[in-house]
Write a protein that binds this ligand. Structure first.
Ligand code: M6R
Length: 638
């Protein structure tokens, strides 16, 4: 997720801004930039890549590459401090960008400015109606430099400023025009005594110093200067001066709030107060899901969800004519493909083959030019997945990539890209990337079903409307996490953990078992429940935990019988289900209820308790879930 900072005070702003951005590096970024008011103009400096590239661009001094260590960090920081010798000014904004619209590049980096250079802004979030607003501005003669949604907001503010002749009124006006999520920092060269900032659904804090004030996406950026902060509320806007801060709601009415004193240390602050990135990212799923679905769900005139729109999509004809979907990926991303197999079959009535990329690349697969080939990769750099993609392309297939990293190799080599807008995933164990991948699969299946006439408009609309309820349901599960934590404390010493499920739930079982293995080192396996009696049941004893995933009411009896079989052999049984009746009474030792949901979409919910269970087992075993042994976040070698 992008990082925003801003400074107004008596110090040289450039080094303050870049050092603050350094403290937001943990959020992940692909480029960075600052805008500083130098007395006459707003000077903007930006660079793709690491923050030191930005500092090097400003100072002309190059730090030779050396792997990160303390000495090197100090060297980098002194380079950051030197930026003040080159960019003089005491008011500025800065940004680390995690690309969502347009590849990582100097031009697409923030800050973005209006053509006349009056306004510069930084932005974290997604402006969903940017394409429509951009087209209108272009029709009026506005010219754009970048592919970003943010530049549209910069131009809009400049336009509104011309009309209103007042920067605060101009910003307020634009806040009512843009849709989506955003934290914004705005400077205007005609108002060198203030920074304006606003937020809707993206975090933004205001740091209160003595004769200086700050804005930041997150606490670590300002901790070296102050621990006193205002948390800007939802749909609030603030104006920062050197000696005070005024806050308003989006209607321009004054808001009074109390400053808070932050007690966190730097490590806790980087994780937003969570002890680990894994649990932070588990909690970011409602937002990741909302960000990923909202721009893609089309509403009709009555506001009803009616269709799916992928702005990147160039393949409607291919989807109409496809005979089969072939999905290839690794690890967790592969599991999203297994969910997709059920989703495409059920929703679009399409034939699907799914394979792990390391197997696919060494087979001599039978591929047809009419097949649609989907690769899934959080990082977009996984070696086996890339090879599979290239093999498919050599065979003349059209490739769709689902990835979380804009500009990644997979995104560049595919014919079509669908981005999961989960934000950077730092923990090795994938959580929010997985659920957003699964979501993209559902959206694609609905789109395919509509294009091929296998899904009625009414059924598509029902599914889309239900999808919109999923983030709140995920939140409900997260709010009840104590039950899972308590259960984990009674189970983390078990020898074997088996996940069982049928249909969609067998796919979730695969992902649940992998998550547990990765972060708790417990022996866990997943089986299609019906397979138990064909072998695995021989392993069941009183040292075994069986987690049954049961989201399909028509199969409750079947999986219920499997639970009875393993319980009779001494296993402890947990069932994750939406049943609120007696379907599993006496058959399970513990029942974890998920909110009601159609079994088609329940995969987005059933996996959440399993992620939490894996996390808590890891903690109980004294393992650092963010850095499990032998694993790397991105597997770029075979
Ligand atoms: O970056 P990718 O999605 O291509 O990575 C694929 C796998 O390496 C990855 O999902 C791995 O299994 C994770 N550690 C799972 O948590």
């Amino acid at each position: 997720m992008c990082g925003i900072v801003g400074y107004i005070g008596n110090k040289n702003a450039a080094p303050v801004l870049i050092r603050a951005l350094k403290k937001l590096e943990y959020r992940g970024y692909d480029s960075a930039g600052i805008a500083v008011y130098t007395g006459e103009d707003i000077l903007v400096k930006k660079a793709k890549g690491a923050l030191k590239n930005l500092a090097e661009r400003i100072t002309g001094e190059i730090i030779p590459y050396k792997p990160a260590d303390k000495e090197f960090d100090a060297c980098e920081l002194s380079l950051f401090d030197k930026t003040g010798d080159f960019v003089k000014g005491t008011l500025g904004i800065g940004h680390t960008r995690w690309a969502t619209h347009g590849e990582p590049s100097d031009t697409n980096s923030h800050p973005h400015s209006s053509t006349d250079g009056t306004i510069s802004i930084v932005h974290n979030g997604i402006i969903e109606n940017y394409a429509e607003l951009k087209a209108k501005l272009q029709a009026e003669g506005y010219v754009f430099q970048s592919q970003t949604d943010t530049e549209v907001a910069a131009q809009l503010i400049a336009k509104a400023y011309k009309e209103e002749k007042d920067i605060f009124k101009a910003v307020l006006k634009v806040l009512h025009l843009i849709e989506g999520s955003y934290a914004l920092g705005v400077v205007c060269k005609d108002y060198p005594d203030r920074i304006i900032c606003a937020r809707k659904e993206s975090p933004l804090i205001i740091g209160l110093g003595k004769g200086e004030n700050f804005i930041a996406s997150d606490v670590p950026a300002i901790l070296e200067h102050t621990r006193d902060v205002y948390y800007l509320g939802e749909k609030e806007v603030a104006v920062l001066y050197t000696d005070h801060v005024d806050m308003f709601n989006f209607e321009g009415e004054k808001v009074i709030k109390e400053a808070k004193h932050v007690e966190w240390d730097m490590d806790a602050a980087e994780k937003g107060g969570y002890p680990h990135f894994m649990i932070k990212e588990i909690h970011e799923q409602p937002k990741g899901l909302t960000d990923t679905m909202r721009p893609r769900i089309v509403k009709d005139n009555s506001g009803k969800a009616s269709d799916v729109y992928f702005e990147e999509n160039k393949m409607d004809e291919a989807w109409k004519n496809a005979k089969r979907v072939v999905i290839t990926a690794c690890g967790t991303a592969y599991h999203s493909g297994v969910v997709a197999k059920y989703a495409f079959e059920k929703i679009a009535r399409m034939k699907v083959d799914v394979d792990v990329a390391s197997e696919f690349r060494y087979r001599n697969p039978i591929l047809d030019k009419d097949d649609i080939f989907i690769v899934v990769s959080q990082s977009g750099e996984t070696a086996d997945t890339l090879s599979a993609l290239r093999l498919a392309k050599q065979n003349g297939l059209k490739v769709v990539a689902i990835t979380n990293v804009v500009g990644s190799t997979v995104s560049r080599e595919a014919d079509d890209v669908i981005y999961t807008l989960a934000g950077p995933e730092i923990a090795v164990a994938s959580t929010k990337a997985y659920t957003t991948q699964v979501l993209c699969m559902y959206l694609l299946a609905i789109k395919a079903g509509k294009l091929r006439g296998t899904l009625s408009d009414e059924d598509a609309s029902k599914l889309l409307s239900e999808l919109e309820t999923i983030p709140a349901k995920v939140q409900e599960i997260l709010d009840g996490k104590d039950v899972i934590q308590k259960f984990a404390s009674t189970q983390f010493n078990k020898d074997k953990i088996f996940y069982i499920g049928r249909q969609f739930d067998s796919a979730t079982s695969l992902e649940s078992a992998l998550k547990l293995k990765e972060v708790s080192y417990m022996h866990s396996e997943a089986f299609a429940a019906g397979e138990l009696k064909h072998g695995p049941i021989a392993l069941i004893d009183d040292k075994t935990l069986v987690v049954a995933i049961a989201s399909e009411p028509s199969l409750y009896d079947k999986i219920g019988s499997n639970m009875v079989e393993v319980k009779a052999r001494g296993a402890t049984v947990l069932v994750i289900t939406q049943d609120s009746g007696d379907a599993f009474k006496g058959k399970a030792d513990e029942i974890f209820r998920i909110p009601e949901c159609s079994s088609t979409l329940a995969s987005l919910l059933t996996v959440i308790p399993a992620q939490l269970f894996a996390y808590y087992c890891s903690i109980l075993k004294g393992i650092d879930p963010d850095k499990p042994k032998n694993l790397a976040k991105s597997v770029t070698v075979e």
